[in-house]
Design a protein around this ligand. Sequence first.
Ligand code: DC
Length: 232
Amino acid sequence: MSQNKKIIVAIDGFSSTGKSTVAKELANKLGYVYVDTGAMYRMVALYAFRNNCIDDNTFDVEKLVGLLDQINVNFIFNEKVGFAEAYLNDVNVESEIRSLQISGFVSKVASVSEVRAKLVEIQKRLGQQKGLVMDGRDIGTVVFPEAELKLFMTASARTRAQRRYDELIAKGDDVTFEAILENVTSRDAQDTSRKDSPLVKAEDAIEIDNSNLTREEQFDKIYQLALTAIQS
Ligand code: DC
């Protein structure tokens, strides 16, 4: 057993299950790097919007695929907020990528195999040194099937919609609960039914339903699991 053994923690699950909150906290506590892969897909969706690949409800997949080489996604740690913020072609887009417009389209962008191949390659590179907490939909199944600890987070759709609604309202966004609930359920459907790397629980992942767990209870549980994995 080595005190300094570094591991990869893969956190997958449905949207708005609080994956990124717990992943950030865990990474900070362990002194690990945190990578939000949903933010990477959101950055590609934002780029697609800004470069006319998406118009009304029409998505020009070929156009986006042709532009993929021009998309550079990156994270830079911001000490003030305590996590690494998303940068699209060297511009901070942390706030823009969380809008309901991007949330409404990102699953379609994430279903494009060429987009996934590009982002998965970057994600694998980020894990070469271990000491990483990564969250997403396919981390334990596709990106790091060999991860030492895999978690699969769930919660009821209404619980998740309420959390996202509270977040957006606190930011001052003009949204309704019904619109958020619809977004959560339609993303669940798209994420679980897409052909390439659908959201599915890895066989060896530990499922955590946090509908009735406080943030502290959930964190303690996950932190203990991480310590056990590090020490085994
Ligand atoms: O976690 P999130 O809500 O920010 O993710 C945004 C979208 O990106 C989500 O609808 C599914 C997709 N996604 C994915 O397909 N694979 C990942 N590893 C992460 C996110």
